[in-house]
Write a protein that binds this ligand. Sequence first.
Ligand SMILES: *[C@@H]1O[C@H](CO)[C@@H](O)[C@H](O)[C@H]1NC(C)=O
Ligand SMILES: *[C@@H]1O[C@H](CO)[C@@H](O)[C@H](O)[C@H]1NC(C)=O
Ligand SMILES: *[C@@H]1O[C@H](CO)[C@@H](O)[C@H](O)[C@H]1NC(C)=O
Length: 265
Amino acid sequence: MNNQSNPIFISGCVLFLLLFLHAPSSITAQETEDEREFDYDERSKKGPPRWGELKKEWEACNSGEMQSPIDMSNDKVEIISKSGALTRNYKPSNATLKNRGHDISLKWVGDAGSIQINGTDYMLRQCHWHSPSEHHINGQRYALELHMVHESPDLNVKNKIAVVGLLYKIGEADVFLSKLSRNISSLKNSLEESNVGEIDPTDIKMGGRSYYKYMGSLTVPPCTEGVLWIINEEYAESNARPLQALNGREVYLYRPRLRPRVTKN
Ligand SMILES: *[C@@H]1O[C@H](CO)[C@@H](O)[C@H](O)[C@H]1NC(C)=O
Ligand SMILES: *[C@@H]1O[C@H](CO)[C@@H](O)[C@H](O)[C@H]1NC(C)=O
Ligand SMILES: *[C@@H]1O[C@H](CO)[C@@H](O)[C@H](O)[C@H]1NC(C)=O
């Protein structure tokens, strides 16, 4: 598993990076489906500084004050020495891979389980990748960022979308990515969707129990706010959107103190 010189793993990883080199993300029902409607070139007419002018519904991209991504610097975050009550209840479910031209997403067809954040259940819907990372940690950008998009079915929940982010360094051995890269290499046509069978979300290796949490937005138009972001602190190394202003928002780092394990009975 940790054999970083494994050639299959390395080619898988390089393949991923190539495929995601220009990959914006987009997937929840609320995200814009047609990615040609905007781009990531700062100087283009459809680039990030102009997203909010392109459509009335995209206004938040320019006028929003809780936009994502952000840089999470330790001198700006509030460190909370306890676990932030995060419980993963994922299960294997059939999934499809979709090549969206310059973005590849993995969508679970059935019930892939959920994550519980501070008492609220969010169902896992899909995941996709950005390369390089969109969020920064202590000013540093990483090679790859995975977004696992969750939605709460509960009508009383104010923040419907929770995205769990994971940052990768180049060369990090990752079983999940290398498994999927074989399927991705067989995805030829743009917009093609292919069944990849059962994918177990618990195969996505999460780094420890420390994570950043803040309220932000979708990182693609319509840049909708009210998205709960959970970014793992570990595994922390540009089709990505430029960083957005914090505007006084609080960002918490949940980092439980190490203590002796207490065994019941
Ligand atoms: C996935 O699909 C296969 C074939 O349709 C089916 O037999 C299997 O039960 C499905 N798995 C889950 C977890 O739904
Ligand atoms: C967790 O939920 C409780 C009750 O719903 C709320 O008062 C509290 O602020 C929440 N904590 C965080 C960190 O979001
Ligand atoms: C995807 O990968 C799985 C396991 O590696 C394989 O069984 C399946 O046939 C692949 N599907 C496609 C469409 O390549």
